[in-house]
Design a protein around this ligand. Sequence first.
Ligand code: 3PG
Length: 409
Amino acid sequence: MTIDYLALGEELEPEEYVICEYRVKSDLDIETAGYRIAEEESTGTWTHPTTLSDDIFSKYGAKVVKAEGDMVTIGYPIVDFSGEIGGIPQILSIVAGNLFGLDSLKGVRLEELQLPRVVVERYPGPQFGIEGLRDVLDRPEKPLVGTIVKPKIGLPPKEFADYVYEAGRGGLTNSKDDETLVDQDFCPLEDRVNSVSETLDRLEEEGHLMIHAHNISTSAHEILEAADLALENGARQLMVDVLTVGFSGLQALAEDPSVDVPLHVHRAMHGALTRNPEHGISMAVISTLCRIAGGDALHIGTYGAGKMHADISHELRCKDILTQDMYGIKKMMPVSSGGLHPGVIFDLMEKSGNDVQIQAGGGVSGHPKGIRAGAKAMVQAVDAAYQGISAEEYAEDHEELRLALETWM
Ligand code: 3PG
């Protein structure tokens, strides 16, 4: 048998391969570029190893089944991912490993990752997902509307909880820590969770059901302890910065029986991987991994409505990945966050639909009449869009929304 990683035109059985699509920039022709990736990431290297038998190659060798334009499709046999341990680190070391540094390639971007059932079934998937979050909040149809407590660092626990109270009184369903806040001296996790939990209980007694995601992003050996601390003090939701913590940290939380609250997943640092159109890992791939690892809600962007760089087609693709059928695991709630305010909600919801958690930090806390009015304005904007009414029309008899539009439009 001749060792040849090119199997152009071969139809791969989706249950037997992990199938990846890569965008490649290289002086090599696209078939050779694909070949280099397949050999490096499966049974080959830069020489022909004398230890590589036909038998090993035929069982474990990756296959380049498509190489057209600047795209290659490579299938990795599922046996390359077998064994009791390995997990998401192993998946990534294979499909997104050495290939990014190959000198023969000027750029490579992993665009799509298609996992077979046998791989997906090893992972917990979302515990709550879209339906579970809606049940927790008794909000069956409308988008969830939230805020991020601002300033993102600096508020002590009491002032922090006061912000949450005002947001809840304004009608928000969600609030959260920001990605840089964890356990700093000015706002220790335990004290913050305590204050926020008391506040959420008070809000509930007053008829406002709300959850708050506490950021417990920390080192792998401490994250379950941090979760326990937060849960013992009444946390209703936990949050992780999945890329700085690692997918395995998210999975550890999702698999821990004591973690019986939804997991909110922030994607801080994703731009380093996702923003270059010629190199890196797409947000679509990150979305797939977050969903199998057990996140319940994931930041996927604002469809061009906010402050962060956006590619609408990529964000729509992420929404599909979180909500499409994936071997029976629950759907994950897409989160739109970053530079939002009431004036952009109508356009955003045209693209997001109603299964979305919309969040505004500056777009609530920067309202000229304060947090409660800012929260009300966001709720009004979502209510208007939900009914197909423009924000401008709705603002005619909604004072907080009118002021928000005057401020930001
Ligand atoms: C986030 O976590 O998405 C950001 O902190 C959003 O903050 P902003 O609404 O003020 O842009």
